[in-house]
Design a protein around this ligand. Structure first.
Ligand SMILES: [Zn+2]
Length: 146
């Protein structure tokens, strides 16, 4: 059975729809969920350290067997790639606030659409490509059913 990390946007649509709006609280702090795929084809996302029993075939897996350091490197990668979007948002907000305080309301109307366009057309595609590559380099583990 293979354990792998996948970027959120790469997951199958079915999983995405199920998760919409009710991502487990504390995901950012506890780290990303681990995708388990059972030998029978069943898939599930569990938090690190949790045990999972496959509902179709009854095999049990224990994610606590994944070395803490390996999981830590994944967590750090994910946090590292969260810095750019958050930093960009803060920068644009600060610039908008600066223009508003200095009476340049007109500039705010240019700044916001342009910075949004730059984000979606230029920065985000590159950022995602780099994130995908960084994730592909991360370790994978083989867990055996108990
Ligand atoms: Zn199974």
């Amino acid at each position: 059975m293979a354990v792998q990390m996948s970027p959120r946007w790469k997951r199958e649509p079915r999983t995405q729809r199920e998760r919409l709006g009710h991502e487990q609280p504390g995901t950012a702090l506890r780290g990303p969920p681990i995708t388990l795929s059972c030998e029978c084809g069943e898939r599930a996302e569990v938090a690190y350290g949790e045990q999972w029993r496959c509902p179709s075939c009854g095999r049990r897996y224990d994610t606590a067997r994944i070395p803490r350091e390996d999981y830590g490197s994944i967590r750090r990668t994910q946090l590292r790639f969260r810095i750019l979007p958050v930093g960009y948002g803060l920068f644009v907000s600060a610039a908008a606030l600066f223009f508003m305080l200095t009476g340049n309301i007109f500039s705010v109307f240019f700044l916001l659409p342009i910075s949004l366009m730059a984000w979606f057309m230029l920065i985000r595609p590159v950022h995602r490509k780099r994130y995908r590559r960084a994730i592909a380099d991360l370790p994978r583990w083989d867990l055996r059913a108990d």
